[in-house]
Design a protein around this ligand. Structure first.
Ligand code: 13P
Ligand code: SF4
Length: 301
């Protein structure tokens, strides 16, 4: 803790001076999540909360698409991302031109786009979704077939829960694609009685073997409400670290995978972001208008 204390003190002071708030995703490290963040949550919660921020400055402790979403929903605020390279393998898997080609191939089929995408891809989409609301959104459209981008596994996991036909793209999350059903079987053997929770970005054969699948917020809620004696979260490592503190009676088993993009955000670069106003998210107005529509349609459902 002493190594973090100077940055924490400076960040708290700069937040006061600049009238700033820090929004942190559930995958941020505990010193960010517990010591400097004002609002924490999954992608959907961060989007909703970003829209209601009244402070002048939003620092997004998360990845780039989350900062773009905050800027779309609260465009008059200064939105800062402490490291521009905090990307996402899903967002990198598809371009706006790819979406235009898909529309030509499947004329009239609505495009449902995961928020883990660039603002340019959102601008080509009909509606966005997150892992919290994907099934509801797909069904809300009242059509027999949708294109769901870009996470192939999320699309397949939703397809297993609905009659709507889903045309998927081949993007994957580099963190969740590495979990296997064999990992789960080994865990159950090594830790009898363990409850297995899997994020829906995991491959379908992993989700099928898990006891529960849901967004990062849904996994956190599950632990809070069910209080399993032993639990493993098939997701990013900081998730268990962040919620373990609230659940001293739950044993967290920790094979997990790090997201290198989320881990680019540190106390040191949050400090610099606030001190030097970097890196400000700017979105071309015409693209912002179209992308905002897709995100707002999601929030309205
Ligand atoms: P959540 O919306 O569940 O927080 O997921 C975001 C993410 O990037 C998962 O890898
Ligand atoms: Fe993207 Fe996966 Fe990292 Fe989430 S965990 S930000 S989906 S690479």
């Amino acid at each position: 803790w002493p190594v973090f204390a100077d940055d924490i003190d400076a960040i708290l002071e700069l937040k006061r001076q600049r009238n700033a708030v820090i929004l942190a995703h559930n995958y941020q490290t505990p010193e960010i999540f517990h010591c400097v963040a004002d609002i924490v949550g999954d992608s959907l919660a961060l989007a909703r909360k970003a829209m209601a921020v009244e402070a002048d400055v939003i620092v997004l402790a998360g990845v780039h698409f989350m900062a773009e979403t905050a800027k779309l929903l609260n465009p008059k605020k200064t939105v800062l991302i402490p490291d521009l390279k905090a990307g996402c393998s899903l967002a990198d898997s598809i371009t706006a031109a790819d979406v235009r080609l898909l529309r030509q191939r499947y004329p009239g089929v609505p495009v449902v786009t995961y928020v883990n995408t660039s603002v340019e891809v959102k601008a080509e989409s009909d509606i966005c979704c997150t892992s919290s609301n994907a099934k509801i959104l797909v069904e809300s459209l009242g059509v027999a077939r949708v294109i769901m981008l870009p996470d192939e596994y999320l699309a397949q996991n939703i397809a297993a829960q609905t009659d709507v036909e889903i045309i998927a793209w081949k993007g994957h999350c580099e963190v969740h694609e590495r979990f296997t059903p064999a990992d789960i079987r080994q865990l159950r053997e090594d830790h009898p009685g363990v409850t297995v929770l899997a994020h829906p970005e995991c491959p379908p054969d992993v989700v099928v073997e898990a006891d529960f699948s849901g967004s990062t917020a849904a996994m956190s809620d599950y632990v809070g409400s069910q209080k399993p004696p032993r639990v493993v979260l098939m997701t990013e490592c900081s998730m268990s670290d962040n919620i373990a503190v609230e659940h001293p009676d739950v044993e967290f088993i920790r094979p997990c995978n790090l997201c290198p993009h989320m881990k680019r955000i540190t106390l040191a670069n949050i400090h610099l972001a606030l001190e030097q106003n970097r890196h400000e998210v700017r979105i071309e107005p015409e693209i912002a208008a179209r992308a905002r529509l897709a995100v707002e349609r999601m929030l309205a459902v």
